[in-house]
Design a protein around this ligand. Sequence first.
Ligand code: ZN
Length: 200
Amino acid sequence: MKNLRGQCRHCGGRFDFRGDLIGSTSPCPHCGQDTEMMLETPKIESGVPKRLLAVSLLAIVILGVGLAASMLALKRARSMVRKANSSSDVTAKPQGPVKTSVIAFVIQTNDFYLSAAALQKPAGAPLPLATGVLSNGLSRPRLGVQVSFDVLNAAGQKVGTTMDSAARLEPLGSWQFQAPLLQTNAASVRFAGIREEKQP
Ligand SMILES: [Zn+2]
């Protein structure tokens, strides 16, 4: 029978024990107190749960795909406008500045993880949006979650604020927020804060 590496739950001392004794109780060779023959617990490498990290990465990938899709839709819409223009005399009004700029930042606060954000104007949307993914780092739901941003112009000056809210964020769940940008000179956003309803 193979020997296994265990750890005392009282003093943390390590010892080897026979594999067939797993789950039984014996005195610890270091401190003498009775301890269960259990495998030593692996060290947790960071405060961020692995599953949440995976979810966040997935969310970033999804966001990236979403951006690519909306840019593709935009390209298609533009070429349709060009075709329409070439076949008729209708003068196309120049559309507002429709740019997609990724303002990737990762913010960890109060067990929320803000994974990424971007400014984009999806085809058909009335206003440009600040989008991103907010993840709940807790294994309980979060209610009345509100994420807010300062809206900045090209010179980096604050020209307004914007926010989006979710009634409920599932345990370890992620939410893709979309905060509308009412300011025509919006060039970027800066994280301003996350609020949530107090739990009863
Ligand atoms: Zn011990």
